[in-house]
Design a protein. Structure first.
Length: 154
């Protein structure tokens, strides 16, 4: 069995992501319908930020954080549920390594795709993950191993 555990939750990006949407909606209300910014625009922005704060814990519960591979199945584990995908249904397994020139490779992303969906789990760098998975997954499933060129953060 190969177990891959992610370490970077993405739910925390939900709240700041709502801010630009709120600003665009408030600007659209003002531009197209002559609705004043105050108080209507502020209400729209506040409501979307509140929605982000409320949805953050909900989305975080359903985020897959662990993938457990056996020869016959893949178990995708979140805090709320476990999904089991038969190995025969896998269509893609990709391991991507990324980082920056100063620190080298520091992140490994595991992407698992099957007929009904796909999931990506980001975690710390593990150069041996793709090799371990290649030995374990079904013969018809190719494990792609991608090394992205380290780029400076902009």
């Amino acid at each position: 069995m190969v177990r891959w555990e992610g370490s970077e939750p993405s739910g925390c990006l939900l709240v700041p992501g709502m801010l630009p949407i709120g600003i665009l909606l408030a600007t659209g209300l003002n531009a197209f319908f002559s609705v004043p910014w105050h108080p209507h625009g502020l209400i729209v922005i506040g409501a979307l930020l509140f929605a982000g704060i409320v949805l953050w814990p909900v989305s975080d519960r359903y985020e897959v954080t662990v993938a457990e591979f056996t020869r016959h199945e893949v178990r995708l584990v979140s805090r709320a549920a476990v999904r089991t995908v038969p190995a025969a249904d896998l269509t893609e397994v990709t391991v991507t390594h990324s980082g920056d020139p100063e620190e080298g490779y520091w992140r490994t992303s595991l992407r698992v795709a099957w007929r009904e969906g796909k999931k990506t789990i980001d975690g710390p760098h593990d150069a041996t993950l793709a090799t371990s998975l290649s030995r374990l997954v079904a013969p018809g499933v190719e494990v792609r191993h991608v090394w992205e060129k380290p780029e400076s953060p902009s």
